[in-house]
Ligand binder design. Sequence first.
Ligand code: AMP
Ligand code: MG
Length: 505
Amino acid sequence: MTTYTGASLAATPPLADSIGDLRVANAYAGLPREFHTFLRPQPLTDPRLLHANAEVGALLGLSEKALREPDFLRVVSGQEPLPGGRTLAAVYSGHQFGVWAGQLGDGRAHLLGEVVTPRGSLELQLKGSGRTPYSRMGDGRAVLRSSVREYLASEAMAGLGIPTTRALALVVSDDPVYRETMETAAIVTRVSPSFIRFGSFEHWMGNPEHLRALTDHVIEHHFPELHDTAGGEPDTWENTVLRMLREVVRRTAALIADWQTAGFCHGVMNTDNMSILGLTMDYGPYGFMDRFQANHICNHSDTHGRYAWNVQPAVAHWNLYRLGGVFLGVGLTEEALRAALSGYERDFLGAYQARLCRKFGLRAWEETDEELVDNWWRLLHGQRADFTLAFRHLAAAMRDPAPFLDLFTDHGPAKDWLGRYRRRLEAQAVPDAEREAAMLAVNPLYVLRNHLAQGAIDAALRGDAGEIDVLLELLRDPCTERPGRERYAQQAPEWAERLEVSCSS
Ligand code: AMP
Ligand code: MG
């Protein structure tokens, strides 16, 4: 719980009762015209607001009343522009599954403008809002199934403290959308300081003028601290770019460390889905692992496992190289770029080990912990033990090992590992109760399992958002046990293994 002091309450402006009362800016729209196309969304027939997210509404300065007003629905369903905003679709390019894909862009998304808040600007973007000049063969739509999944996932990540774009509203319609079968259309309103991707930079490879315009925009609006140099002399543009890249490397490394230690697989780590701000973005065939498998592939379309869980850290580094390479043609040397990008491994390991220390209740990382952790993954992998519950039940395993051991079919190896872990704990003078409480505060009990998301989708298809409410309530505070919600804390049922999620969304 956040406790507000009188001072911060006084500094917080009152929430607006209408979306029309927000202060709106359009910095992205001010980029040269080649960066975007101004256009209107294609509204859905008879759109209904299935869910509005009061928490994100408050971030934008909107009251709960504002979310129930007809003018809110008209904006988040694409019927009317955000008052003061300039609606556009942005262009970008990217590498998909390791191959240069050329021009992509917002093929089914519309940027509405930026809401100016006391803590910085937040862009509003509709996804599933119709065709744009960047739609290629696509229909510009998103189905309800994938929209519910994106809505839930972004809020689940926020609940875990993992950087992510957010979700404000979910609008549904009976308009048919054909994927593998006939489904219905939906629009999610996403919220983020920026939706700029590695691929936005790749798009301007070989165009120094526009690359510079984009870079300056990103530094001015999202990394203003990079302008400050200790000596007072303004730094060269090249050095500022290198510092930006270092920051993107740090953020990306920290993000992937978050993913790995949450058992999260993104599923489509193409460079056009990598946020320049180090946020998780573009939720598609993602998955939080149920039973641990190191080479788990969550995306049914990823036949070769390019984006399997255990390769995500290396893929992120590869993607960073694609981003860095863009700057080769504009005065930055290969040597300097390599130096900026080579920090990734150290950044990732540092962030990963720090998170593992917290999850295992270790005061500080020691060299021998590498073996302990390696054996942990082997143990879980060998018996396909549940990722989330294994960490959760480890907290109390020193005084009550049964719930932990019950996650394994063969208790022998699990007991062996516990023995080594006990010796490791004995070497640090942390009282058990203190360690246990600290572990329970960082290892979630509730996680957005595919079958739970499916339950919310099935209810949403009947027009019932109740299951979304239940999941959001649990996932916003996933480490706190709620009596009566045992079903949501259990291992996945067997049928969940047959749930297939693919790129089709
Ligand atoms: P994604 O795999 O969802 O990140 O999308 C990759 C590219 O395909 C992006 O340029 C999307 O805008 C575009 N895209 C995906 N689905 C559709 C669709 N149904 N209609 C138009 N464009 C789409
Ligand atoms: Mg994408």
